[in-house]
Design a protein around this ligand. Structure first.
Ligand code: FAQ
Length: 313
């Protein structure tokens, strides 16, 4: 049990928008909740490279390949930042990776869907990164200092990613009828998984109440989902694309788009490991980690050698 006096002082700091730093006192549940969210966020960035790497060797031009390569590399950087942020909370990288590899830690459901055409590179950047930005801009204001600062840099890069994807969709939508159909097909397949990225509705969200009180999250799942939908519809419509939701319509009185029912059975099925790509994604991540063991060992041996040289010098 946390000391009630310390807990009250902690809440005062949070209410005054003072950032919590690694050496500050924090309730154990705050620490655990942050480790959970930040490490799952890191896993998402790392596993999220897989659908896109599928198209690196088949990009339609050198320009497109270079841009996609830079984008995927950024995602690796985001994952590493976020693992570092989690480590400031007293957990090791090995521990969080073990939880992922044992199937105990989650990563974003959206990355369990396959990228089957080049148009999917457009849809992922436009929609998946577009959704990620809405969420991450909000997280710039999170109460934990290292997480908040990581979000600032990550958001700058994510906005390049969103434009990269939208550019691909624009060129296909303005191309031949077959190319436009490819863009439409990718939108049809990636729309709902992107809408689901924001997690369950607020009433079903297990962590939201406490996370909002501690300002780990600054806005609720539904608020962020609505913002993403509102800002994205026009971007599709000006390209003559349609969204796979017959209930989507502008609501004059709320000033937002109404949208149809989300298929939560599909969402939970994917989250529980039974989506189209879960096993493949996780197995690939485990294999890559095992293949990299010698690199980690060599890096540690090199660091030890340098350290012992500086000690004897
Ligand atoms: N997928 O109580 P809540 C990116 C789980 S980065 C899987 O509402 P919370 C960049 C949740 O973990 C994308 N699981 O949870 C990129 C919890 O289970 P737990 C990742 C989900 O944490 C682009 C349970 O359901 N972004 O895309 C999902 O308060 C392109 C109950 O849910 C972040 O991670 C889901 N979609 O709110 C990279 C942002 N939603 O842990 C490459 C940071 C919920 O108790 C290519 N995270 N669950 O076992 C967050 O903002 C929050 O964690 C939420 C969920 C909003 C995702």
């Amino acid at each position: 049990m946390d000391d009630p006096k310390k807990l009250a002082e902690f809440q005062e700091k949070i209410d005054a928008d003072i950032k919590i730093e690694p050496r500050d006192w924090m309730p154990e549940k705050y620490r655990q909740n942050l480790i959970r969210q930040i490490s799952q966020h890191a896993h998402s960035e790392i596993i999220g490279m897989q659908p896109e790497k599928n198209w690196l060797t088949r990009a339609p031009s050198i320009r497109a390949k270079k841009i996609l390569m830079a984008k995927i590399q950024d995602e690796a950087g985001h994952g590493l930042y976020l693992y570092c942020a989690a480590e400031t909370l007293g957990v090791s990288r090995e521990q969080v990776l073990n939880l992922l590899h044992e199937g105990k830690a989650k990563y974003s459901s959206v990355f369990n869907y396959p990228a089957i055409t080049w148009a999917d590179m457009g849809a992922i950047g436009w929609l998946v990164d577009g959704a990620a930005i809405v969420n991450q801009v909000s997280l710039q204001g999170t109460s934990y200092g290292p997480y908040s600062r990581a979000m600032v840099k990550i958001c700058m890069e994510e906005s390049f990613h969103q434009r990269q994807g939208y550019e691909v969709v624009v060129s296909l939508a303005k191309g031949t009828p077959e190319q436009k159909q490819m863009a439409q097909d990718a939108l049809n397949r990636w729309w709902w998984p992107s809408v689901m990225m924001f997690g369950p509705h607020d009433a079903e969200s297990a962590h939201s109440n406490q996370s909002l009180k501690w300002k780990i999250k600054r806005e609720s799942n539904d608020e962020l989902r609505q913002r993403f939908i509102d800002k994205t519809i026009h971007q599709g419509e000006i390209l003559g694309l349609t969204f796979p939701d017959p209930d989507l319509k502008w609501n004059e009185s709320t000033g937002h788009y109404d949208y149809g029912k989300i298929d939560w059975d599909e969402f939970w099925n994917v989250v529980k490991g039974n989506g189209p790509g879960n096993k493949q994604r996780l197995n690939h991540n485990i294999a890559a980690h095992e293949d990299g063991q010698w690199v980690r060992e060599a890096a540690i041996a090199y660091a030890d050698k340098i350290n012992s040289k500086t000690k004897t010098a």
